[in-house]
Design a protein around this ligand. Structure first.
Ligand code: CAA
Length: 258
């Protein structure tokens, strides 16, 4: 596999695990980390041997935000010319299911990266926040949009305007995370969930992800039609024949991802 300096990349069976690895900077997401993370997960997306990915942090943080030190001296034209953060759009276009395993701080860009994943499993020590207002800026990797869709206007306004952090329990209550587990188990739980997903048909899982994401991009009638058309199209797949035959024959399906 490619050599990376800011992340660790592993493959466990059909699951990819990417660990942000700048613990001395609380995994602050500088450009190099963004580029490496996007490259690693893009390779997994294209690898038929990988069916799901877990992204996690290390040390005290999932990630404490975009790298403030890298940004501090930039001017408007530097930010605009570089189209700062644009690379994250590539992360949001991944088709493979991606789970965020969050232990410790997920702040600013860290919270935004977690929200770019398909769902978040949080350790009971997780702290989510959008504290950019304290730096004289606002979220820049989609936080004002994704947080609002995830938790609703009241809590998103509260978090973004005050910069306060919320704990794992409040995050689960608000719909930001799907499960809370003991902090020491968070990566294992996420890997287990990823293994379950990776045991399904990869193209079907990718299409299911597309269908759920359509709920954020389209109106209800259009979204329901999109779902139904995908549902119809799956009757051209080998995995639909196998999945339904296995049910009738009372055995586990053996998907061949076609
Ligand atoms: N960027 C760069 N470096 C960071 C960082 C960040 N976002 N967050 C932490 N670090 C660095 C610290 O500067 C420190 O480095 P040094 O040892 O060289 O001083 C190291 O990581 C450890 O951090 P602390 O000593 O501050 O650790 P702490 O336990 O005392 O505090 C914290 C933890 C409350 C998370 C604190 O580090 C903090 O407030 N971090 C910044 C959080 C933040 O504002 N995030 C938003 C960033 S802007 C953004 O993300 C924009 C966007 O929308 C994309």
């Amino acid at each position: 596999m490619t050599e990376y300096t800011n992340i660790l990349v592993e493959k466990r069976g059909r699951v990819g695990l990417v660990t942000l690895n700048r613990p001395e900077a609380l995994n602050a997401l500088d450009k190099a980390t963004m580029d490496q993370l996007v490259a690693a997960v893009t390779a997994m997306d294209a690898d038929p041997g990988v069916g799901a990915v877990v992204v996690t942090g290390s040390g005290k943080a999932f990630a404490a935000g975009a790298d403030i030190k890298e940004m501090a001296s930039q001017g408007y034209m530097d930010m605009y010319a570089a189209d700062w953060f644009r690379g994250w759009e590539d992360f949001t276009r991944l088709r493979i299911p991606v789970i965020a395993a969050v232990s410790g701080f997920a702040l600013g860009g860290g919270c935004e990266l977690a929200m770019m994943c398909d769902f978040i499993i949080a350790g009971d020590n997780a702290k989510f926040g959008q504290p950019e207002i304290n730096l004289g800026v606002l979220p820049g990797m989609g936080g004002s949009q994704r947080l609002t869709r995830a938790v609703g206007k009241a809590k998103a306004m509260d978090m973004i305007l005050t910069g306060r952090f919320i704990g794992a329990e409040e995050a689960e209550r608000s719909g930001l995370v799907s499960r809370v587990v003991p902090a020491e188990d968070v990566v294992e739980e996420a890997l287990k969930a990823a293994e379950v997903i990776a045991s399904k048909s990869k193209p079907v899982a990718m299409l299911a992800k597309e269908a759920v994401n359509a709920a954020f991009e389209t109106g209800l009638a259009q979204g329901v039609l999109f779902e139904r058309r995908i549902f119809h199209s799956l009757f051209a797949s080998e995995d639909q024949k196998e999945g339904m035959a296995a049910f009738s024959e009372k055995r586990q399906p053996e998907f061949n991802h076609r």
